[in-house]
Structure formats: structure tokens, C-alpha cells
Design a protein around this ligand. Structure first.
Ligand code: XIL
Length: 366
């Protein structure tokens, strides 16, 4: 090619240079619009949303973070920015700055947006917990809080984690200020209020340790079935999947996700991360094992029809909550601290691009 160009008469050379300029332009336009080797490109072809929990600070001041996020993902969720403590630390005083940054970013980049989370026992200011002694005021506070989120973001958000972590491991309802103040029906009340506040938004019950069948998962299943039976608007169940100890056989998880899907709700993997601190081997081997876990989780998601969203809990290892949570260094996400893709990223991309098994493969409507 270079030799040909060197031997060409000037006119041809010009024409050829112009042609390559056009081609280069077309290439860069294609790169910007379809970015074929990205997670979101392949996820979208399967009708899947793939995203991460984001924090406002890097969105404000880290260009590399912003670029990587917009390139690879098509949904974001708020890691802490919409927790009660963040938006209404004192009664009636709302602060939206951090959440606004996240919503603006999602809007600007055509990404979907999930709000996390309205009713939870953590990140709950003391003044709300104290209202358990005064149920009518607690009920009003819950409704006002939900109304405020719905009024501000109801038009733009796709999903909303309305109730988070209401179940104990043994399948009983968790002893929280909400349960103590309002009784077991606080869950239904929260969903009804959220639907009234944001009728177009798909509402999610979210919990951890529920991916395998067992007392906790069975209890969430019974809860959701009961809510649906009573006409309470719940549209999806979120499975957090903070995998601190690797992953066992995935068959039971598939069957579990399947039974939830058969109830008529979407299945979301909402907070995926795979800690390496408890995986065997050298540092490099740990990353390979981690990639294998991510691969198998992704295979569940591409093969169970009801799974519509997969999110990791953070973009890169420098934005992971795992070291804070476990008190030990870790590297639980798809990108390392310098935003380079890890073996786990390539495993997830490979499944999204090539996994041809399961119901989705034959379903051309997706
Ligand atoms: C975590 C955040 O990642 C941390 O930054 C924060 O300090 C504590 O909460 N389940 C959830 C998330 O639903 O909201 C939690 O997020 C992780 C566990």
C-alpha cells in the first residue's frame, strides 16, 4: 500500500488520500456510534442492560472514569447518592446535588438510570428510626420521602430499588425500624407509594444472599408472590450477588432465577462483584479464577430469559466497596485501578458476544 502510494501520480495520490480520510472519518463515526467491542454493544443485542453503581466524585473530576463508563455501559445506578442519609439527613431538607450529577450524566449519554434505594435500614438517619415510636408520622415520612424522589426523577428513571434487604437469612422479616414502626405491610405500602409517585418506573425488591434457593430466597419468593397476588406494583427482583467466596454450582441459581421470572417479574443482578481475597493461588491465578466466576454468572444471565439487567457494584477496583467492607485489600471488579480491563472483563465480553446457548439465542424478538 505504502509503495503503491509512493509510485502513484500526484492526482491519484490526492484522491487516495481523500478516500482514506473519508474512510477514517467513517471509522471514527462508527466507533462513536456503535463501538462494537464493548460490553454494552453485545448486551444490547441480547436485550440486556449492563451497568455499574456510580459515585458523583469521579463523575465530576475524572475524565477517564467518565469515558470508560459511557463507552462500556448502558445503565447506571446510584451507589450512595440516593440513600436516605444522602438526600434527607434532616426532616424535610433535601439535597440532590450528587444524584443530579449522576442523572445528568446518564441523560447526556443515553444511558438508563436506576435509583437506589428508598426504604432500607442502613443509611437511615436517626430521626427516621426514632419515628418507629410514632407510626402515623413514620408512615408520612416514608411517603414524603418517596414522593420527593418520584417528583424529581420519576420521569427519567427506568428502575427504582424501592425496598432493600428486608429479609433475614432465616427467611423471617428483618427487625428494622420500618418493621417495628409500620408492621410487615411497610413493604407493600412503600411499593404502592412509589408507584403513585412515579407510575412509569419499574419497581424493584432488592436483597443479598438470595441467588441460591434456600430459606431467604424462598421467603423473598413468597413475599413477591404475595405482593403480586394483592395487586401491589412490584416489577423486578434484584439479586445483589456480592460474591465474597467464589461461586458454586450455577444450576440452582438458574433454576431460582427461572422461578422468579415465572412469577412475572424481571430478574436483575444488581450489585455484582467477585472478591479475590478468598480465591486460591498467585495474584495472576486469582484473577483467572475471578474471571471464571464472572463468566459463569454472565452465562446464567444470558441463558435465563427473565434476566434483563446486570450491574457491578462499581466501575473499577479503585471504586469498589469490598476493601472497606471486608477490611482487606481486594480487586473485585472488571477494571483495575488504572481502568485497564482485567481477565474478568474479557470473560464477560466473551459471553455476551458469543454465548449461543439457552432461550435467548433462539428468540429473535430480543
Ligand atoms: C454500600 C456502598 O457501596 C458503600 O460505599 C457504603 O459505605 C455502604 O453501602 N448492599 C447495598 C448497597 O444495597 O447499598 C451497599 O452499598 C452494599 C450492600
Amino acid at each position: 500500500m505504502t509503495a503503491d502510494l509512493l509510485n502513484s501520480p500526484p492526482l491519484l495520490l490526492l484522491a487516495s488520500a481523500a478516500a482514506s480520510a473519508v474512510l477514517a472519518l467513517a471509522d471514527s463515526a462508527r466507533a462513536q456510534t456503535t463501538a462494537p467491542d464493548t460490553l454494552q454493544h453485545w448486551a444490547a443485542r441480547r436485550g440486556l442492560l449492563i451497568g455499574v453503581a456510580v459515585a458523583p466524585r469521579p463523575l465530576r473530576d475524572d475524565d477517564a472514569y467518565r469515558q470508560l463508563l459511557a463507552r462500556e455501559f448502558n445503565i447506571v445506578t446510584t451507589e450512595n447518592a440516593l440513600k436516605w442519609q444522602s438526600i434527607q439527613p434532616r426532616p424535610g431538607e433535601f439535597t440532590w446535588d450528587d444524584a443530579d450529577v449522576i442523572v445528568a450524566f446518564a441523560t447526556e449519554h443515553g444511558m438508563k438510570f436506576r435509583s437506589h434505594c428508598a426504604v432500607w435500614h442502613h443509611a437511615l438517619p436517626d430521626w427516621v428510626a426514632a419515628l418507629a415510636a410514632d407510626p402515623p408520622r413514620m408512615r408520612q415520612a416514608m411517603r414524603d420521602h418517596i414522593d420527593a424522589i418520584g417528583a424529581r426523577y420519576g420521569g427519567g428513571m427506568t428502575y427504582w430499588d424501592v425496598v432493600n434487604e428486608a429479609m433475614e437469612d432465616d427467611g423471617t422479616l428483618r427487625d428494622t425500624p420500618w418493621l417495628r414502626g409500620l408492621g410487615p405491610d411497610y413493604i407493600a405500602e412503600a411499593f404502592v407509594a412509589a408507584h403513585a409517585a412515579a407510575p412509569a418506573v419499574k419497581l424493584v425488591y432488592n436483597d443479598y444472599g438470595t441467588e441460591y434457593p434456600g430459606p431467604k430466597s424462598d421467603a423473598v419468593y413468597a413475599l413477591v408472590r404475595d405482593l403480586l397476588g394483592r395487586g401491589v406494583p412490584v416489577h423486578a427482583v434484584g439479586f445483589q450477588m456480592h460474591l465474597l467466596h467464589g461461586l458454586g454450582d450455577t444450576g440452582p441459581i438458574k433454576a431460582n432465577f427461572q422461578r422468579f421470572a415465572e412469577l412475572g417479574v424481571q430478574v436483575h443482578v444488581t450489585e455484582l462483584d467477585v472478591a479475590i481475597q478468598n480465591l486460591e493461588g498467585t495474584p495472576a491465578r486469582k484473577l483467572e479464577r475471578q474471571a471464571d466466576v464472572y463468566r459463569r454468572v454472565m452465562e446464567i444471565c444470558t441463558r435465563v430469559e427473565g434476566v434483563t439487567v446486570v450491574q457491578t457494584w462499581g466501575l473499577s477496583d479503585n471504586h469498589s466497596w469490598i476493601p472497606w467492607f471486608t477490611g482487606k485489600p481486594d480487586a473485585a471488579l472488571l477494571f483495575d485501578e488504572t481502568y485497564q480491563p482485567k481477565p474478568a472483563y474479557h470473560a464477560v465480553l466473551d459471553v455476551l458476544a458469543h454465548d449461543g446457548q439457552g432461550p435467548r439465542a433462539g428468540d429473535s424478538s430480543r
